[in-house]
Write a protein of this length. Structure first.
Length: 72
């Protein structure tokens, strides 16, 4: 219910938001294109040679999509 602030006060903020939105949309397009072009093949782990001991675990689970921030 408040009146809108004068254009001069918010012009810079509006410009930044429009630029950030354009960058975000472009990044989303790039990511989508990369995912469409990616060729990922998952091979089963090799069978251990007979009598050579326990197999080696190469990975237990896929990595999470988001990398946690580094801590100091």
């Amino acid at each position: 219910g408040l009146p809108a602030p004068p254009f001069e006060q918010v012009a810079g903020q509006m410009r930044e938001r429009a630029q950030q939105r354009a960058v975000d949309e472009e990044v989303d397009r790039w990511i989508q294109e990369l995912r469409e072009k990616a060729r990922i093949t998952i091979y089963p782990p090799p069978a251990p040679p007979v009598g050579q001991g326990a197999p080696v675990v190469i990975a237990t689970a896929p990595a999470s999509r988001v990398t946690p921030p580094a801590t100091r």
